[in-house]
Design a protein. Sequence first.
Length: 176
Amino acid sequence: MKNISIIKIVILVHLQIFSYSQKNAFDYSTEYQSNYQKGEYEKSIEILNEAILKFPNNRMFYVDRGLAKSQLKLYVESIIDYSEAIRLDSTTGVAFFYRSQAKVNLKDLRGAISDLDIYIRNLNKLGLTFDLGQAYYNRGMLHLQIDKNENGCLDLSKAGELGVSRAYEMIQKYCQ
C-alpha cells in the first residue's frame, strides 16, 4: 500500500513538472512579440507555427503570423493566415484590416475594399472607433484608385471627421 502511494506521488510530481514546463498561449505571444519587435520575422513565424500546432483555434496567432509573413512580403501566405483567423471568428475586425493591406500589395484593390467594408461594418456594429478613421481613409484612397471618386471623397470626408487630418489634403487634391 505504501508503494502505491509513493508511486502516485511520483506520478503527480512528474505531471506537475511537465505541466509547468509547457508553454501557454501567453508565453508564445510574448516570445513572438519580442522577436517581431526585433525584426526577426522568420523566428516569429517559427514560434507561431509551434503555437498554432498547440492552439489551433487561437485566431490571434494566425493574425500575428500573417503580420510576420507580410513583413517578409509573403502576401499570399499572409492572406491565408488572415482568412483562417476570419474563419475562426468572423468578427475579427483586425484580420479584415490586415488582409485588405495584403490585397493592396497584390494589386487586388476591389478585394481590399471589400475587406475594409466588412471591417468598418464590424467596428460600427461594436461601437468601436479607434481605427475607424484610418479604415475610411484607406477605403477612400482605394475608391479613388479605381475611379469611384464619389465613394472615395465620401470616405475621405468621414475619415477627416474621425480625426485623420491628411484626409482633408486628399479631398482638396482629388475631390474639388
